[in-house]
Design a binder for this molecule. Sequence first.
Ligand code: ZN
Length: 131
Amino acid sequence: MSLISIRKEVLDKAVNLHGHLGPFLVLGLRMGLKAMRIIGNPTSCEVFTVMKKPYICAVDGLKAIIGDNITLYEGEGLLVRFYNGKDSIVISVKKNILEKYAKTSLEKCEEDARLIMRSSDEELFELLKTN
Ligand SMILES: [Zn+2]
């Protein structure tokens, strides 16, 4: 069993939206779920990331959780600021995780997605709480 369970419906929704299962899609999902646990229901977010695959795949994972209210900015890693109308929180993916999974080959894509599912929040993310 995974440490953090992603409900099957949520995962299916993201995969349908995106077209395939991969580590960055799951990173987006996990970031959205983490934000939900901290600030309740995020209604929008700003994503700062590299505007190419696989980084951009995270956006569909975020969409599956918070909907279409997502603004994209060119950035270096993968950092998302979530808003719920009152509070905000910034979650970024650790550099070693990005470096490891950005190189995922097509054949290892699903396997790596499952590794991300099984990783703990502490392994994956850095949090910056703001208001
Ligand atoms: Zn993708």
